[in-house]
Design a protein around this ligand. Structure first.
Ligand code: 5RP
Length: 220
């Protein structure tokens, strides 16, 4: 699938204009996009980054990284996804960067989502839904989400069985066994639980454009 990811990322360059400040997501598909931006790093003004990982890659190409606060509204945000439904609603957060990704998506006029074909689903929920949580609320939030959704929350650990800590100092619950027929309602309901920082459902603010990598890429 890496070639499909690269092709989607290359197609996203069609949306990049000279002098732009570009919002940049996180993940392996976005890494191809950053590398494409890096071929001519001074064509854009710079980037607003959604993670330490993307910031490091952007800087390695000589692309200046700006804070979102003084930047104001961005014209363009490019990011990947873990799942995408026919309405361009997404599950994101497989890379634990969902909160900053959601903030930049909200701050952007156009959200272009780049995926390989394996990410397309009819109904969201096959990929476990990431939720970023304040550490002290982990068990409370897990109980409430289980009662609310019927899903099974799993505390995300790394390969050494240590808790995954986000760039914001929080932890991740991955909610398994969901079939999300009303993503907007589920996003709103999970957001209401005290201790939830953000949920990886991008339904209220879905993508504007989805590019599915292939020969040729498909633009939805
Ligand atoms: C990170 C994300 C990523 O966009 C998502 O996990 C897709 O990653 P990849 O491009 O590596 O398949 O939401 O939090």
């Amino acid at each position: 699938m890496s070639e499909a990811k690269r092709l989607a990322a290359e197609k996203a360059m069609d949306y990049v204009e000279d002098g732009m400040l570009v919002g940049v997501g996180t993940g392996s598909t976005v890494a191809y996009f950053i590398d494409a931006l890096g071929r001519d790093p001074h064509r854009i003004k710079g980037a607003v980054s959604s993670s330490e990982q993307s910031t490091a890659r952007l800087k390695s190409h000589g692309i200046e990284v700006f804070d979102l606060n003084p930047a104001g509204q961005l014209a363009l945000y490019v990011d990947g996804a873990d799942e995408c439904d026919p309405h361009k609603r997404l599950i994101k957060g497989g890379g634990a960067a969902l909160t900053r990704e959601k903030i930049i998506a909200e701050a952007s006029h156009k959200f272009v989502c780049i995926v390989d074909p394996s990410k397309q689903v009819d109904v969201l929920g096959r990929f476990p839904l990431p939720v970023e949580v304040i550490p002290m609320a982990r068990s409370l939030v897990a109980r409430e989400i289980a009662a609310l959704t019927g899903g099974q929350p799993v505390f995300r650990m790394d390969a050494e069985e240590r808790a995954v800590i986000t760039d914001n100092g929080n932890v991740i619950l991955d909610i398994h066994q969901l079939s999300i027929t009303d993503p907007v309602a589920m996003e709103q309901a999970i957001n209401q639980i005290p201790g939830v920082v953000s949920v990886g459902l991008f339904a209220r603010r879905a993508a504007d454009v989805v590019i599915v990598g292939g020969e040729p890429p498909v633009v939805l």
